[in-house]
Design a protein around this ligand. Structure first.
Ligand code: MG
Length: 458
C-alpha cells in the first residue's frame, strides 16, 4: 500500500514535469499569405469567398482590423516580419529594385537576427515552409538564418518566367512550365519547375508533419504560402469550386490548409499550447484585375502606401489564452518578434533598434497596445505616417508603372477611424496634428543609420 502511494506520487511528479515542460514555451506558427487583400476572407466581409476555417479561427481568437506590414511589397515586408525591424535598417528596401530577383546577389545580412534565430536561444525547433524571398544564395537561405528546416520556393512564383511566353499568355492561361521557379528542401533543389498546382497542399502536409512529430518539443513554423500571388494555381480538389472564380479557389484552398493545421493541433492536444498568427505580406495586386484580390473598403493595393497596400486581415488564435474579440488597436508584423520573445521568455537583443512592441498584454486581454504609430515606407522614403487615428501622406505615387511622385505640402490628412477609405482630406482643420506627425518623423529619421543596400547588389 505504502509502495503504491509513493509510486503514484512519483508518477504525478513526472507527469507534472512533462506538462510543465510542454506548457513552458508555447509553439508558434505564423501563416503568411502572399498578396492577400484586406477584403478577401469571409470573416473580413467577402461576399463570395468561403473561409469557414478562418471564420472559426477568428471567432475563437482575435481579429485585428488595424494590423499592418512593414512594406507594401514582398521582400521588405518579409524582412520586417522576421527581424522585427523596418527594412530600411537591414538594407532590404530600395528605390531602384523593389524586391529581390533571380539575378540578385544580395539578401538578408548575416548580422540580422531573425525570429527563428531568436527562438533557437530557447531551444525551439524552427521550420520555414513556403516562399522565402530574402536571398536565394546559400548564405541567405533560411537554413543560414536560424531555421533547422526549409521546404519551399526561394523567391516569387512568377519569377524565372521562360522567355518566349508573353505576359498575357503567362498570366491569362498559366501553366506550371512557364515559370522555372525551383522548389527547395534545405539548400537543395527538389523540383524545377515547382509543381505549383499542389504547392499549397504540400506546404500544408509539411506543416502537419512537424506538428505531429514535434508535439513534445517547442517549435516555430513560419509557413509563408506562395499564393495568392499570381500566377494562381490550386489543386484538383479546388478547381472551379468558388463563386469568386480562380482567385476564390486559391483562397478556399488556403482556408482548407488552415483547417488542417488547426485540426492537427486539436487532435494532438497542442491547441492550448500553440499561438497561430494568420496574415499576409502586402495587399492585393490590383493590376491583375480579376486575378488580384480585394482590399475591401480600403483604398489602393500592393505596391502603394494607401491602406489597401499595407493593412492586412490578421488573426491570432490560442484557445484558452487569447482573449477572443475584435482588436481595433494598431499592430504590425514587426511586433511579432518582441511578442514571440516575450512568450518564449527570451531577452530582446540590446545592440540594435527594434520597431516592434510586445503585444502579449493585448492578446491576453489585460492591456492596450503600446503602438501609436505606423510608418509607411516606399523603398527608402517615408511616404506616410499614422499617429493615433490620423494618417498624413507627404508623398503619393501610383502603385505600379513608372509614375512621378506627387509631393503634398501640406500633406493629405485622413482620420482612419472615421474614414478608413481615405477619401476626405482634413488637413486644413488639423494643422497641430500635422505638426505632431512631422515631429515624430524627424525623430524617427534620426534613428536611421546608413547600411549597404542589399536589393541593388547584382
Ligand atoms: Mg507579396
Amino acid at each position: 500500500m505504502k509502495n503504491s502511494f509513493w509510486y503514484i506520487i512519483i508518477l504525478f511528479l513526472f507527469s507534472s514535469v512533462e506538462i510543465f515542460s510542454q506548457n513552458d514555451k508555447p509553439n508558434i506558427i505564423v501563416i503568411f499569405c502572399d498578396d492577400l487583400g484586406y477584403g478577401d476572407l469571409g470573416t473580413f466581409g467577402h461576399p463570395t469567398i468561403q473561409t469557414p476555417h478562418l471564420d472559426r479561427m477568428a471567432e475563437e481568437g482575435q481579429k485585428w482590423t488595424n494590423f499592418y506590414v512593414g512594406a507594401s511589397v514582398c521582400t521588405p515586408s518579409r524582412a520586417a516580419l522576421l527581424t522585427g525591424r523596418l527594412p530600411i535598417r537591414s538594407g532590404m528596401c530600395s528605390d531602384k529594385r523593389r524586391v529581390l530577383f533571380p539575378d540578385s546577389k544580395g539578401g538578408l545580412p548575416q548580422s540580422e537576427i531573425t525570429a527563428a534565430s531568436q527562438l533557437k536561444k530557447a531551444d525551439y525547433y524552427t521550420a520555414c515552409i513556403g516562399k522565402w524571398h530574402l536571398g536565394h544564395l546559400p548564405e541567405f537561405l533560411p537554413t543560414s538564418h536560424g531555421f533547422d528546416y526549409y521546404y519551399g520556393i526561394p523567391y516569387s512564383n512568377d519569377m524565372d518566367r521562360i522567355k518566349d511566353i508573353d505576359r498575357n499568355e503567362a498570366f491569362g492561361n498559366s501553366k506550371i512550365e512557364y515559370f522555372q521557379v525551383p522548389l527547395m528542401k534545405n539548400s537543395e533543389v527538389l523540383e524545377q519547375p515547382a509543381d505549383q498546382t499542389t504547392i499549397t497542399k504540400r506546404y500544408t502536409e509539411e506543416a502537419v508533419r512537424i506538428i505531429q512529430n514535434k508535439s513534445n518539443h517547442p517549435y516555430f513554423i513560419y509557413l509563408a504560402h506562395s499564393m495568392p500571388h499570381v500566377p494562381l494555381f490550386r489543386s484538383k480538389n479546388f478547381e472551379d469550386k468558388s463563386l469568386r472564380g480562380l482567385y476564390g479557389d486559391v483562397i478556399e484552398e488556403i482556408d482548407w490548409s488552415v483547417g488542417k493545421i488547426l485540426d492537427a493541433l486539436r487532435e494532438t492536444g497542442q491547441d492550448k499550447n500553440t499561438l497561430v498568427v494568420f496574415t499576409s505580406d502586402n495587399g492585393p495586386w490590383l493590376t491583375f484585375d480579376q486575378q488580384g484580390g480585394s482590399a475591401g473598403l480600403l483604398r489602393g493595393g500592393k505596391g502603394g502606401t494607401f491602406e489597401g497596400g499595407m493593412r492586412e486581415p490578421t488573426l491570432f488564435w490560442w484557445p484558452g489564452t487569447i482573449s477572443p474579440g475584435v482588436i481595433m488597436q494598431p499592430g504590425t508584423t514587426m511586433d511579432l518578434f518582441p511578442t514571440f520573445s516575450s512568450l518564449a521568455d527570451i531577452e530582446m537583443p540590446e545592440d540594435r533598434i527594434y520597431d516592434g512592441y510586445d503585444l502579449t498584454n493585448v492578446l491576453n486581454g489585460v492591456g492596450a497596445s503600446k503602438r501609436q504609430e505606423v510608418i509607411y515606407y516606399r523603398g527608402t522614403k517615408v511616404y506616410a505616417y499614422r499617429l493615433g487615428a490620423y494618417k498624413a501622406h507627404f508623398i503619393t505615387k501610383a502603385e505600379y508603372g513608372n509614375p512621378e511622385e506627387t509631393i503634398h505640402n501640406p500633406p493629405l490628412l485622413y482620420n482612419l477611424n472615421i474614414d478608413p477609405s481615405e477619401k476626405y482630406n482634413v488637413a486644413t482643420e488639423n494643422p497641430e496634428i500635422i505638426e505632431r506627425i512631422k515631429e515624430s518623423i524627424t525623430k524617427h529619421k534620426k534613428s536611421i543609420q546608413q547600411v549597404e543596400n542589399q536589393l541593388e547588389i547584382r
